[in-house]
Design a binder for this molecule. Structure first.
Ligand code: GRF
Length: 205
């Protein structure tokens, strides 16, 4: 099955998926058919090229509004007839029409233990709140920003002397472990979205 990965930046999660695809159990029957970036200068594109994966850039500049951009993006994605679309540091809010088109086959990873801290600056928020645990979540994407049904989470303890940068690094390491596992589950047909619920082998998560 084809996977399309959407990126905007560094692409360390993309790298984790690329590495997972070529080792051990791989990504189930999945292969990364293309990497599409919203930014021409994203380092993620370099990572994809290194791995001989087709790349494409769909930049906002060339489109008048969000709706038009998302249509162009959808057009680009559907060329690859993907079974799964993976957001990996894709820094754009998607229109409801776009999300609807891919409902149940669109995944995101977010650097917090959702439903805590949707949006940006999660690490600082964790520190400000004095939380003793933090982590990351993989979820199905719905119209609500970082609000779709959670599939899996990984957590770590917050140390009393952590700063946001250190926390971010450690959460990233967790992300790189978690995302390939969830993508593999999806490609093996073990994950579904039903209503606002994620299912694993038919059982509610
Ligand atoms: C990650 O922290 C991810 O959780 C968030 O964006 C960041 C992407 O990092 N959605 P990278 O580009 O994969 O290195």
């Amino acid at each position: 099955g084809n996977i399309v990965v959407l990126v905007s930046g560094n692409g360390s999660n993309l790298q984790a998926l690329i590495d997972a695809a070529t080792t051990g159990e791989g990504l189930g029957n999945g292969r990364i058919a293309a990497v599409i970036s919203s930014q021409a200068d994203a380092f993620a594109l370099e990572r994809a090229r290194q791995a001989d994966i087709t790349t494409q850039v769909v930049e906002h500049k060339q489109h008048t509004d969000r709706r038009q951009y998302d249509q162009a993006l959808k057009h680009a994605i559907d060329e690859y007839q993907p079974d799964l679309i993976v957001l990996a540091g894709f820094m754009r809010i998607l229109t409801p029409e776009f999300v609807m088109h891919y409902m149940g086959r669109l995944l995101n990873i977010h650097p917090s233990l959702l439903p805590k801290y949707p949006g940006l600056n999660t690490h600082q928020q964790v520190l400000d709140a004095g939380d003793d645990t933090h982590g990351c979540s993989v979820h199905f994407v719905t119209e609500t920003l970082d609000g779709g049904p959670v599939i899996a989470q990984a957590s770590l303890p917050v140390e009393h002397d952590d700063d946001p940068e250190q926390l971010k690094q450690r959460v990233h390491t967790l992300e790189h472990l978690l995302y390939p596992i969830v993508v593999r589950w999806f490609m093996l047909g073990r994950l579904q979205m039903e209503g606002n619920q994620a299912l694993f082998d038919g059982i509610e998560l």
